[in-house]
Design a protein around this ligand. Structure first.
Ligand code: FPP
Length: 245
């Protein structure tokens, strides 16, 4: 039986988050520059998005560029920004045909203007789509996001729009860039690394983690199905004991 047949569609995660890792190492294995890995990673993005939408997942968040990624060699950063523009433009029709809405989290105002423009166009052009929301984390880091949220709330308090005692988990979550989006139940990271790398620290508090040794350019639908089956075989206790569930 293949992985897809083992998925219980009644118990799908509503939100899956993915750390796409291993592009550089995959390229090196093939004796190519790192950018070759990123280019081949786009196919994995397409497959994962398509598979998630076909199954009925509501939200898919992909970690595409972290605030720390600016420290990479300039040539790689430039290539990634160009690839993002190309991919956003090339995939726009497919997103619309598949009724997928695009969103972004992160400090996108700091992206190069051509990348920012392609992103805003993609978001605006897909804003009425309802089947699934694809969230790209771009110039994103969780610590940045948490500090931003704290600032926003502090400002409201300073302006007399909010009482300190009104700040609870729900108010805080609404100040994050993922406001209105349910927390991911499943986090997938490719390439064998088992770190969180400053990704969705608040939102992943109760997520199940699935690590696969597959390098991102080789990630296919089957790997997503396998991750979902793994997630569905976990017992999610949320601090309770087995017998209470
Ligand atoms: C991690 O591999 C990958 C990235 C930092 C970029 C991911 C970007 C894409 C797949 C391109 C297009 C994406 C979208 C959403 C349109 P790495 O470079 O850290 O690999 P390494 O750990 O082997 O060096």
């Amino acid at each position: 039986m293949d992985w897809k047949d083992q998925i219980n569609l009644e118990k799908l995660p509503r939100h899956i988050a993915v750390i796409m890792d291993g592009n550089g190492r995959w390229a090196k294995q093939h004796g190519k520059p790192r950018v070759f890995g990123h280019r081949n990673g786009v196919k994995a993005v397409r497959e994962t998005t398509e598979a998630a939408a076909e199954l009925g997942v509501d939200f898919l968040t992909l970690y595409a560029f972290s605030t720390e990624n600016w420290n990479r060699p300039r040539i790689e950063v430039n290539a990634l920004m160009t690839l993002l523009v190309e991919t956003l433009r090339n995939e726009l029709d497919t997103l619309n045909k598949n009724n997928i809405r695009l969103r972004a989290i992160g400090d996108v105002s700091q992206l190069p203007s051509r990348t920012h423009k392609a992103l805003v166009e993609g978001i605006e052009n897909t804003q009425n789509n309802t089947r699934m929301t694809l969230i790209l984390a771009l110039n994103y880091s969780a610590k940045w996001e948490i500090v931003e949220a704290s600032r926003r709330l502090a400002q409201k308090v300073a302006q007399g729009q909010l009482e300190v005692t009104q700040i609870d988990e729900s108010v805080f979550a609404d100040a994050l860039s993922t406001a209105g989006v349910p927390d991911p139940e499943l986090l997938i990271r490719s390439s064998g690394e088992t770190r969180l790398s400053n990704f969705l620290l608040w939102q992943l508090a109760y997520a199940e983690f699935h690590f696969t040794p597959i390098f991102w350019p080789e990630f296919r639908k089957e790997h997503l199905y396998k991750a979902i089956v793994d997630y569905q075989n976990r017992e999610r206790r949320f601090g309770k004991i087995s017998e209470q569930i």
